[in-house]
Design a protein around this ligand. Structure first.
Ligand code: H2U
Ligand code: ZN
Length: 345
């Protein structure tokens, strides 16, 4: 299943049609295991944090004394509910109006916790909030983008565990590209693309990072980031609000294990951008869709040594040295218990 494991080759991403150049021969020796010292845990409450319970935000609003998750409208929303008037058909300077709304979701009142350190029940609470928000926003907008920027390296403004939800009347570029490719795959093969991916990867095994009864997380065959993963349901689930009670519990288990393995790899709060893609909230046919999450972590060799997507990646196509198979193996080899829990912290 691994083409020319020691020779440069190109792999195609069937979700996007993009290509990654894999150059395994450049990794002549395995990584030497050097690790940075883990950061000490921060305080559970930070009086200067704009997400902690009871604190004032940048626009003067005060957060309630919340438990579990807390969701509010982004004080600096990138999308506005009223579409503008702009419309131009100029082929060089095209623009169109947009409408939407942006929300912020605090995962926990505890400022010091990373996603992986939250209890399974707390993660289940986040999943319930994601489902409720997608259902409510999906009734008004075609696309609901749930995502998280984690860590300063990914441009996250605050270590307090939180994510974002942006809903829009239009379907943005990335999901639009995935829509096209999933639709074409179903037309060509009679099966949903990601249903086939989940089934084949479960069978092959070498790219699996976490597998539960209903979910599978893999370093995809076509991953461009070193430790990129794709989290998929094994059954026909198309959108977040379709998740039944037991599938949510099982997802909480899978996400806790996946994020724990990430944190344990370099013994740090593993930075990443993650986000959910599911069928758009339109009346259109959507049997080609499967709900899934992408995790795009920037790290390569340690808590401080990152992969840069520059040069060849910007000018030509994505490139990696470490094979997805080896990355999956490294994530499988670390402990399933978070290092801070194991250290008694
Ligand atoms: P990050 O998840 O990338 O850190 O972004 C946090 C968001 O929180 C960001 O979109 C919003 C910013 O606009 N925010 C508020 O809504 N209120 C605040 O008081 C500060 C930050
Ligand atoms: Zn805080």
């Amino acid at each position: 299943m691994t083409p020319h494991p020691e020779r440069p080759h190109r792999r195609r991403n069937p979700l996007t049609g993009r290509t990654v150049l894999v150059s395994p021969h450049r990794l002549s020796r395995p990584w030497d295991g050097q690790q940075d010292d883990p950061d000490p845990p921060g305080p559970s409450y930070d009086p200067d944090c704009y997400l902690c319970p009871g604190n004032e935000r940048a626009n003067g609003a005060v957060n309630p004394a919340y438990n579990g998750t807390y969701i509010f409208d982004n004080d600096f929303s990138a999308l506005l509910e009223e579409p503008g008037e702009i419309e131009t058909t100029d082929p060089l300077f095209a623009a169109e109006p947009v409408e939407g709304t942006c929300r912020v979701i605090c995962y926990s009142p505890d400022h010091s916790k990373t996603f992986a350190e939250l209890s399974r029940a707390a993660i289940r609470g986040i999943i319930d909030s994601w489902c409720a928000e997608s259902a409510a926003l999906g009734a008004r907008y075609r696309w609901v983008q749930i995502f998280e920027n984690k860590g300063a390296m990914m441009g996250c403004s605050n270590p307090h565990p939180h994510g974002q939800i942006w809903a829009s009347g239009h379907i943005p570029d990335e999901p639009a590209i995935e829509d096209t490719h999933q639709r074409a795959y179903l037309a060509d093969h009679g099966r949903a693309l990601l249903a086939d991916v989940a089934a084949r990867e479960s069978e092959i095994g070498e790219r699996i990072v976490v597998e539960t009864e209903g979910w599978i997380a893999i370093v995809p065959y076509w991953a461009s980031w070193p430790f990129e993963t794709l989290l998929l349901p094994k059954t026909d689930i198309r959108r977040m609000p379709d998740l039944a009670d037991d599938a949510r519990d099982d997802l909480a288990r899978a996400m806790k294990e996946l994020t724990t393995r990430y944190d344990n790899l370099f013994r740090c709060s593993f930075p990443y951008s993650m986000g959910w893609h599911g069928a758009p909230f339109t009346a259109a046919e959507d049997s080609h869709w499967r709900l899934h999450a992408h995790f795009y972590p920037p790290l390569l060799r340690s808590a401080s040594v990152r992969k840069f997507m520059v040069g060849y990646e910007m000018m030509a196509e994505a490139q990696r040295d470490l094979t997805p198979e080896r990355a999956a193996q490294m994530l499988r080899d670390v402990d399933g218990v978070h290092y801070r829990e194991a250290d008694g912290g």
